[in-house]
Write a protein that binds this ligand. Structure first.
Ligand code: BTN
Length: 326
């Protein structure tokens, strides 16, 4: 159940500019005016700036500069996505928390955020390095689409994240099939989609994204330093993670609603516009084979179309691609 403090913050967040009287708050929350005053003192101690006027009441002027479900709600411009946030300091993986939340009937659009993951998961069963400087999140969606379309959401996620990060930072960010975000040839963000459902119905999808935000090169050991980058390394600037979350949620909600209305065909051109190496030679690795061939494009469902080793086009649903030798 939502705490009194959260309900208080939610009420005050709704009317950013105007004051709410102690009497109104006390009636809405079912606690005394003295208890409201004590909550305000606690909020101030936690870094909130409260403007209190004897004749008018209270208003929040600013939130503390840290990620929490309350600080994300303040200034969030979505209509439903991210309205339920689960924020943790340290977890094994936000995907695990996502599965638990989904089984406990968490609403569509719930976002799980952790400051640190001790067993972060990457694609292809790889580990995902998750220190305190990054943004590790999982978005829970309950899309009304058949399971064979779930992979389209992974590409959609890459488009939404790229758009949000480009708008916020001005950095030039590309998408590597299927869903890595790169700056130059270094990885900025990885996306992992997990799905639970039956043959003809998706119960829920978890879209996990690992974004390198405020890491310096020294944060990583040599094996990662060569292949990863962060917003800070690229811009020379420290970024506010809650602002990033808000921006991502806004773009994600818009993109997802467009997808539900118009299908993947509305998303595909946006993906293609920023895709690296379409029409060029790439290195392709599947379970059985590795070869070099031209990246011809993606299908209407987001699968990779490339030249096969004998030169004919082949459609791949799962593969790793690269255009450099490491
Ligand atoms: C990749 O291999 O590129 C995908 C990496 C996905 C990492 C994110 S971090 C948040 C979420 N929780 C996890 O354990 N993994 C994803």
């Amino acid at each position: 159940m939502e705490s009194t403090r959260s309900r208080l913050i939610r009420l005050l967040s709704k009317s950013k500019e105007s004051y709410i009287s102690g009497q109104t708050l006390s009636e809405a929350l079912g606690i005394s005016r003295n208890a409201i005053w004590k909550h305000m003192k606690d909020l101030e101690n936690d870094g909130y700036t409260i403007d209190a006027k004897r004749s008018q009441g209270y208003r929040i002027v600013s939130f503390p500069d840290k990620v929490s479900s309350n600080t994300i709600r303040w200034g969030l411009e979505t209509t439903w996505m991210g309205h339920h946030i689960i924020h943790r300091t340290s977890v094994l993986s936000t995907q695990l928390i996502g599965h638990e939340a989904a089984r406990d009937n968490a609403p569509d659009g719930t976002m799980i955020i952790a400051e640190e993951q001790t067993a972060g998961r990457g694609r292809m069963k790889k580990n995902w390095f998750s220190d305190k400087e990054g943004l590790w999140s999982t978005l829970l969606l309950r899309p009304p689409i058949p399971p064979n379309k779930a992979s389209e959401l992974t590409l959609l996620a890459a488009v939404a994240l790229r758009e949000a990060l480009h708008e916020l930072t001005g950095l030039s960010i590309g998408i590597k099939w299927p869903n890595d975000l790169l700056i130059g040839d270094k990885k900025l963000c990885g996306i992992l989609t997990e799905m639970q459902g039956e043959q003809d119905r998706i119960d829920y999808v978890l879209i996990g994204s690992g974004l390198n935000v405020n890491q310096d090169e020294a944060s990583w050991d040599a094996s990662i330093r060569d292949i990863a980058t962060s917003l800070k390394i690229e811009s020379g600037k420290q970024w506010d993670k809650k602002e990033i979350v808000q921006r991502i949620l806004k773009h994600f909600e818009n993109m997802y609603e467009l997808y539900l209305e118009a299908g993947f065909q509305a998303i595909k051109p946006k993906w293609e516009e920023h895709a690296f190496k379409i029409g060029e030679n790439i290195n392709i690795k599947t379970f059985h084979q590795a070869w070099s061939g031209k990246f011809l494009g993606i299908t209407d469902e987001g699968a990779l179309i490339a030249e096969s080793p004998d030169g004919t086009p082949v459609t791949l649903y799962s593969a790793e691609i690269a255009w450099f030798d490491r």
